[in-house]
Design a protein around this ligand. Structure first.
Ligand code: 2P0
Length: 358
């Protein structure tokens, strides 16, 4: 940008979230409207996050995006365009550093002010660690900042993030978050809201086991489409299983009742993967290491005589294990005893924090 050109800039980071009642299946692919509500725990920002900087200026020729250092073609990404359009629609007047006021209508006109977006993840992209959740939540948040976006209704930003990626709607808040499926055809009531803040249950811990950092074979959107078309189990899940589970797990989180929280979490992960197997042709996200981690957690719980650890797997082989502070060290030691450190990693400390860094 040449000196003296007007601009507005901002940088934010956003955490990822891991669903304990899974979102799987869309009733409207274009608007990202789900067939069931879902709930998730937002992870700690320090660990798994997306970081995004945006600069908007009338001096830029077009909207541009760099993701993890590589430029992506914004004109080919409907999702990015939808989020940009959603935020531009709620822009407000901006006062620049030199005191000039840019009216909202001018700021929001894509033929006048354009955005340059730079984003990076602190963890493997598209490996089933909800990278799109953090990415689109972060994009929504940072665009809202530069455009001075004013939410017309509470949680409206989550509905914009949802159109980028469904799970992103849940990453705009910390703690325990529910994404309501909604009923409206236009998606206006399909937004996320916070059920409980992170400090409601500070004793809750999360261990992320990176089984593979490879890109997944079946993307979530394509997988969901095939599942909705072919899985009878998925239809049953959405009609009869999810709602009672949502009430029960929200009550368990509120009461800090780990055994109930953990049991529902594991059952819901298993049912999601059962739906993937019931999809035709079937989808396999977990691998043999994932299955050995499941067995390990059940053995760990059996040894303790109650549920003190709970696994969950998204659209990939990586395990996320919830536990409480009293059991974290023993659980980590058990995992490391059964899955020894690869020779390429110099120390146990490096192994424990071996997720690729920014
Ligand atoms: C979830 N997953 O609730 C579930 C559990 C994967 C398994 O949300 O097409 O990347 O962008 O709306 O949000 C992954 O799906 O899909 C996902 P899109 P998204 O976290």
């Amino acid at each position: 940008l040449a000196s003296g050109e007007p601009f507005v800039t901002a940088t934010f980071s956003a955490p990822t979230n891991i669903a304990v009642i899974k979102y799987w299946g869309k009733r409207d692919v274009k608007l990202n409207l789900p067939i069931n509500s879902s709930v998730s725990v937002t992870l700690n920002q320090d660990d798994l996050r997306a970081m995004t900087s945006v600069m908007i200026s009338p001096a830029f020729e077009k909207d541009r995006l760099w993701l993890n250092g590589e430029e992506e073609d914004v004109s080919k990404s409907k999702r990015i365009q939808t989020v940009l359009a959603g935020i531009r629609a709620i822009a407000t007047d901006r006062t620049l550093a030199d005191g000039t006021v840019v009216p909202a209508a001018e700021l929001a006109d894509p033929s006048k002010w354009r955005a340059h977006i730079v984003s990076a993840n602190s963890f493997p992209t598209a490996a089933g660690l909800a990278s799109s959740a953090a990415g689109y939540a972060c994009l929504t948040r940072v665009l809202a900042e530069v455009y001075g976006a004013a939410e017309p209704t509470p949680n409206a930003l989550t509905a914009i993030a949802r159109q980028g990626s469904g799970s992103a709607s849940r990453s705009l808040y910390g703690g325990f978050v529910r994404w309501n499926m909604g009923a409206a055809a236009d998606g206006s009531d399909s937004f996320a809201e916070q059920v409980a803040t992170a400090d409601h249950w500070p004793d809750l811990e999360v261990i992320v086991c990176v089984v593979s950092a490879d890109k997944k074979e079946t993307g979530s959107t394509a997988g969901m489409t095939t599942s909705v078309e072919t899985s009878e189990l998925l239809a049953h899940r959405a009609a009869a299983v999810v709602e009672p589970r949502l009430s029960a797990i929200e009550a368990a989180y509120t009461a800090r009742d780990f055994p109930t929280f953990g049991a529902i979490t594991m059952r819901d992960s298993n049912q999601f993967h059962a739906c993937c197997l019931d999809t035709f042709p079937p989808i396999f996200y977990m691998n043999d290491v994932s299955k050995r981690l499941i067995a390990l957690v059940h053995r760990f719980n059996a040894k303790h005589g109650s549920i003190v650890a709970a696994y969950t797997f998204d659209a990939g082989p990586n395990a996320v294990i919830y536990t409480t502070k009293a059991h974290t060290a023993a659980l980590l030691a058990t995992v490391m005893a059964h899955f020894p450190r690869p020779a390429a990693l110099a120390s146990d400390a490096e192994y424990v924090s071996s997720a690729p860094a920014l």
